[in-house]
Design a protein around this ligand. Structure first.
Ligand code: FES
Ligand SMILES: [Fe+2]
Length: 360
């Protein structure tokens, strides 16, 4: 199925309701977009010591790809397949220190960099071991200590993240620490793309978020579009906290309350004066989405400005509208919408990227 989103936002219609209702399109989004895009794995603290492995599922319930992060004894970091190359057994069950990975099924062993090491009863096997017997190793990208990987990347990491890396080059990523109490997982009855649509416009802020609306100067709120990411710059209203920016920042002199970065297709990095809120949108099925909020606070008094309640209340307000929209889109009478040229540039950008990716 192909969709056309006019590059001219003044002429364009939104993706049709069918896009959010079709199981076949949902599956295509997984194959064509999730599989080929960069995905957030977590931060370097998942590997607290040398010779450490951390097993995880990449996008549980959609891609469900068993992987592991590994820090070897020379401090090299890898992202490896967590599936034995013999007959497909899971290799590592829990995080911890490892000297090597040995398969519990028939004893195949791998070095921490994924290289085949040994295997009983294979002396007569020809052409063995070969490249195919090593654990597949995926590329890694990083933003400070945040790690990303992709199963089959069709765009370079740098090309996706460059605008964010450049604009935020002054940001003290090294001062962030993960805050478990401030983090939360939300289960929402909606299509994952609808959750992103809602994030991508500040148009609804005055209608849906009364207290956030007080912190922001809505007139100054703007969206900037880059190739595979976009930025909503939240300007503070009188009395709200603002970033102290260096003179060479393009935002110097503006009272920036928050940088809301969205990265294709399902990641949000919200920079505040107290730290960063990472939001990962995980598709479960057509009608269910898991949104993982990870909170990283500055490890000094700046972190004390964080209020879980503010973030949580805003999220519940968003959740309520996206769940209502999800029901609304099931209507036989709703076909598609139009974009506000001044306020919905981010949603238009997302719809263009989705339509383009489905074509390929
Ligand atoms: S599946 Fe791992 S050794 Fe057989
Ligand atoms: Fe919102």
């Amino acid at each position: 199925m192909e969709f056309y989103i006019d590059p001219d936002i003044r002429k364009s219609t939104t993706l049709p309701a069918l896009f959010y209702k079709s199981r076949a399109i949902f599956d295509q989004l997984s194959e064509k977009i999730l599989l080929t895009s960069w995905q957030f794995v977590g931060d370097l603290n998942l590997l607290p010591e040398l010779s450490w492995a951390y097993p995880f599922m990449l996008l549980e319930d959609s891609l469900d790809e068993p992987l592991m992060l590994v820090r070897d004894k020379e401090d090299n970091i890898y992202c490896l397949s967590n599936v034995c190359t013999h007959r497909g057994m899971f290799l590592v069950d829990k995080p911890g220190k490892y000297r090597m990975f040995s398969c519990k099924y028939h004893g195949r062993c791998f070095n921490l960099n994924g290289q085949f090491r040994s295997m009983p009863e294979f002396r007569e096997a020809e052409n063995f071991p070969s490249e195919m017997d090593n654990l597949p190793s995926l590329e890694l990208g990083n933003l400070g200590d945040f790690l990303f990987t992709s199963i089959s990347p069709n765009i370079e990491f740098k090309k996706v993240f460059e605008p964010l890396l450049e604009r935020m080059n002054w940001f003290p990523f090294e001062d962030l620490i993960y805050n478990e109490e401030g983090s939360h997982v939300y289960n929402i009855k909606t299509h994952w793309a609808l959750y992103c649509d809602n994030y991508l416009e500040g148009f609804h802020v005055p209608f849906v978020h009364p207290s956030l609306n007080q912190a922001l100067d809505y007139k100054e709120y703007d969206t900037e579009i880059f190739d595979f990411c976009n930025l909503q710059l939240g300007i503070a209203s009188e009395g709200s906290p603002v970033f102290e920016l260096p003179k060479d920042s393009p935002d110097y002199g503006k009272g920036v309350f928050a940088y809301y970065w969205w990265v294709f297709p399902n990641m949000m990095f919200n920079f505040y004066t107290w730290g960063v809120s990472v939001n990962i949108v995980e598709p479960i099925d057509l009608n269910n989405t898991r949104v993982v909020f990870k909170t990283y606070l500055f490890n000094d008094e700046r972190g004390n400005q964080f209020s879980k309640k503010d973030i949580h209340d805003t999220e519940l307000e968003d959740e309520e509208v996206v769940e209502r929209v999800h029901i609304g889109l099931q209507s036989r009478l709703y076909k598609h919408g139009r974009f506000s040229p001044s306020k919905e540039k981010g949603v238009h950008h997302f719809h263009r990227l989705l339509a383009e990716a489905l074509k390929n």
